[in-house]
Design a binder for this molecule. Sequence first.
Ligand SMILES: Cc1cc2nc3c(=O)[nH]c(=O)nc-3n(C[C@H](O)[C@H](O)[C@H](O)COP(=O)(O)OP(=O)(O)OC[C@H]3O[C@@H](n4cnc5c(N)ncnc54)[C@H](O)[C@@H]3O)c2cc1C
Length: 404
Amino acid sequence: MEIAAIPDLDPEINEVRAATANIVNHYIIPNEENLGYDNPERPRLAHEVQDAVKKAGLWAPHLPKEYGGMGIGFMKHAFMNEVLAWSPYSNPLFGVVAPDSGNQTILIKYGTEEQKERWLKPLIDGEIRSCFSMTEPDAPGSSPYAIQTRAVRDGDEWVINGRKWFTSGAKGAAFAIVMCRTEEEDGSGGVRDKMTQIIVPTDTPGFNIVRSVPVWGRESNHCEIVYDNVRVPVTNQLGRTGTGHQAAQDRLGAGRVFHCMNSVGQMWRAFDLMVRRSIEREVHGGKLETKQFIQGFIADSYIDIQAARLMTIRTAEVIDRGGDPRTDISAIKIFVPAAMERVIDRAIQVHGAMGVSGDTPLAGMYTGARTLRIADGPDEVHRIVIAKNVFKRYHAGGSWDFGV
Ligand SMILES: Cc1cc2nc3c(=O)[nH]c(=O)nc-3n(C[C@H](O)[C@H](O)[C@H](O)COP(=O)(O)OP(=O)(O)OC[C@H]3O[C@@H](n4cnc5c(N)ncnc54)[C@H](O)[C@@H]3O)c2cc1C
């Protein structure tokens, strides 16, 4: 990839982007063929790349310095991600492994000193892995207050019963952060303390992984789990009772900017592959680049990428200056994965059969893009948020100002 310094941008951000591109170009892209998880070469190669990342001071952009991360702040991290994501293998090589990275962020914000010592430290040091268990087969994930898994206090313990699924990374994890219903009547006809997140070590009796749910027709580590009278000390709860929903918002909210910048990086790569293939491939007496259908693909993809990128950067700027980003966050959550799906779809088409093969990263990127339209809150839910915010402004006598 070729990236020049962006004019008028903080020089430190440009430095981070250049250093990241250097690692991606020299260590990751040339080795992509051998970085697949089933490749015997992967452990050695991954180790080498991770060493180079650490030496370049680019390890764990999501973590503060005191926790061994880059401590680079919001904008630098956002701009770093579009460069890093040029390769689908990059994130773990830069110390960002989902869902551990989200759990680390939540433990830093809500964890007690004891919880940090026992769970966060070994998680950051790579000694253990973790998972986040919120979605349920029998309740709509798009309505977070609908969950049925319940935790009931019994003396100094929480007793948890319920069924979750799509708990990513559950097999091999040392603990799960479990979203539980903990509501109690408040004495005046209402309820309080609706949702609480609780740390459950996976070796606790009653934590039963029932199956891995196949995703896109393939084996996965997205698991269905039955919590059957799981008992953990009350000291395992994260934050105050009733703060679970807020913690889930904290996990996603601004993090969606990072995810979208990741998507922009992937689209950028797909675009690059598509253009190069169009220049090289000869069909029906001419290069693909000379065919108007293909020129249309390139032009529409350029527009999709530029629009997605600018919308995401605008959202990052709103967050950075302390504005209210909720409408913009929902807008990018809808627009960017859909734009990514369109761009990758066109790139696959231009590559013909090769596009759906494992010989380019496109096939994996495509299923990832489609999945993103469901995970992190389905599109429809975000559309409702946008419309609600707009109508609220008008009902209060104002109008929408796109400039601020
Ligand atoms: C690969 C993958 C990994 C995941 N990893 C995790 C994980 O680690 N931990 C975890 O807890 N969860 C995880 N999830 C689950 C994910 O967060 C949920 O799938 C998501 O929140 C949607 O919930 P749901 O599947 O229950 O869909 P539902 O809530 O049943 O929604 C189904 C569909 O209904 C429509 N819809 C919903 N609300 C409305 C509305 N108001 N108006 C109109 N239409 C509407 C939407 O089209 C939506 O897609 C993962 C999912 C996937 C695919």
